[in-house]
Structure formats: C-alpha cells, structure tokens
Ligand binder design. Structure first.
Ligand code: ATR
Length: 276
C-alpha cells in the first residue's frame, strides 16, 4: 500500500484497550468527514520493532505510542525531535513516504494548551511547583521552560529522580524535599501534580494547600477522576483549577494534523464524549 490510499493511524500499547485515543481520533475523522481510520494496536515489547517496521507498508501514516513503548520507540525511529530526546520518550510517530519513522513528543504541548485554555491569564513568568519526577514531569518541565518559566520548584518522593531531571533541565529547576513541598506553596503561581496520586485506585496525594494564594492556578495531569481531591481542595480555597483531561485531548492535535491534514478543535463537547 502507499499513502495515496485511505490513510491509517493508530495507538500502539500493551495494554491498549483502555486508550481513549481511538474514540478521540475517530470523532475528529467523522466530524471533519476525512476518509481515514484510527485503530487500537496491541503490541508487546517483543513485537514492537517488527510491527513498527511493517506499519508504513500497510498504509499507516503514523501512530500514537503509549505505555510501555514510549521510550523504546526512540531507539527504533530514524529521526527524533529535540523535545522528544530531552523528554526521553515519544508519543507521536509520523511515517514518511520513504518508510522513515519520525518520533515526536506532544505531551508538553498538550499540557501548555490545556493550561492556556483553562486559565487564559496564566503568566509563564510566574514561579511553579511541580510534584513528581516521572515521564509526565519531564514533559511538563520541558514545556514550562519552553514557555518561559524561569523558576520551577521540583519535588518527588524519590529525590534521586528529581536530581536526574535537574541535570537535564538545569538551574531553572530547584529541588525541594517531598516533605517540605507544601511549605513553599505560598511562593508559586502555578502548582502541577504530575504524580499518579489521586487517580482512581491509587492513594490520595497528601499535600496541604493551607498556605496557597487564591490567585495560584492548580492543575493535575490525572483526569480520572476529573476533580481529584487536590483540585477539590484548591477550589474550596478559591484557586482556579485545570483538570487533566484537556492535556490528553490537546496532545492529540499535532499528530492528527500531520496525518490527516486538518487541525482539529478541542471543544467542550469533545470532553463530554471522551468521558462517556
Ligand atoms: P509517569 O511516566 O506517568 O510520570 P512514573 O514514571 O511511574 O509515571 O512516575 C510516577 C510518579 O508518581 C513519580 O513521581 C512517583 O514518585 P517516585 O519517583 O518516588 O516513585 C510518583 N508516585 C507514585 N506513587 C507514589 C506514592 N505513593 N507517593 C509519592 N509519589 C508517588
């Protein structure tokens, strides 16, 4: 098959049955009346390379990548964007006509677009406190620094992981002990939870917002539940909150545009559709 036929894209993961991407891209394809398909592709780590190499020949123009393959695809791609290299993971692949695989990471883009849509007056110059030091934190740090934030306090239960991130991102990142992070919340205009705490089935994030300023924006990358205990607490204290669902929706935009040639809109109706 060649790219002149109906374009295919999909999401590769193990498991992949929980991914919301097929519903999201499927909705955009039908809304914009685009003759294309987006499918879930269950791929084990063992089969990743074979499947990836075969996809361009099968008519795929690209793919999203989810756990556990986001790091492994960097080694298999022919080109990797600087931001994907810095984050150490890719979530979006574009297959060239020549079968070459280009890897990018749009998680940080999704984070910033969600923040801008949910809190339009967010000032990137304001200091931020980021909780967590996993893959999501890497994308958030890269995006904040790119947007112009010059001071980011970073706190993680396992301090060494925060130190590794500081080595990547440099002096704009200052490490704060996990136990002491709540004590500096009065100094920041943006608080971001990038840990999995607060997600359905995980423990709650124990973080006191007692000192938070009401003008501080509080955002969570967790979107299940939509209103995490952290966001509920922040709202009760008069803070603006931005839930994590928009990050999932916005990160999908650049891939869809590259594969299918239309820049899709993230609308309130889309949020409802994905939550169903
Ligand atoms: P992701 O790629 O989604 O960010 P991850 O790399 O597993 O996932 O990172 C999960 C984050 O949640 C980490 O910051 C992790 O802290 P540790 O580095 O100390 O493991 C954080 N996290 C998960 N469970 C936690 C818990 N019970 N208490 C504190 N932090 C936790």
């Amino acid at each position: 098959m060649t790219h002149s036929q109906i374009p295919l894209a999909g999401v590769m993961g193990d498991p992949v049955c929980f991914s919301k991407s097929p519903r999201l891209h499927g909705h955009w394809l039908s809304s914009y009346d685009i003759p294309g398909h987006y499918v879930p592709i269950h791929v084990t780590s063992e089969n990743l390379e074979d499947v990836l190499r075969a996809m361009p020949r099968m008519g795929f123009v690209g793919a999203n990548v989810t756990a556990p393959h986001k790091e492994a695809v960097l080694r298999l791609a022919h080109n990797v964007t600087d931001r994907a290299t810095m984050i150490g993971a890719a979530n979006t692949l574009i297959f060239g006509e020549d079968g070459r695989i280009h890897a990018d990471n749009t998680d940080g883009y999704g984070f910033i677009e969600n923040l801008r849509q949910g809190a339009p007056d967010w000032d990137p110059a304001t200091d931020a406190l980021v909780l967590g030091a996993g893959g999501a934190a890497r994308a958030v740090l890269a995006a904040l620094i790119d947007a112009g934030t010059t001071r980011i306090f970073l706190s993680n239960r396992t301090r060494i992981r925060a130190e590794t991130l500081r080595e990547t991102f440099g002096a704009k990142v200052q490490i704060v002990d996990w136990e002491k992070a709540a004590g500096i919340v009065d100094r920041v205009g943006l608080l971001v939870n990038t840990t999995s705490l607060g997600m359905t089935g995980k423990p709650e994030l124990r973080f006191s917002l007692a000192g938070v300023r009401p003008e501080t924006i509080v955002t969570d990358i967790v979107y299940s539940p939509l209103q995490t205990p952290l966001l509920q607490d922040a709202q009760a204290r008069g803070c603006r909150t931005v839930d994590g669902l928009g990050m999932l929706l916005h990160q999908a935009v650049p891939g869809f545009e590259r594969w299918f040639g239309v820049r899709p809109q993230v609308t309130p109706e889309l949020r409802d559709l994905i939550l169903k």
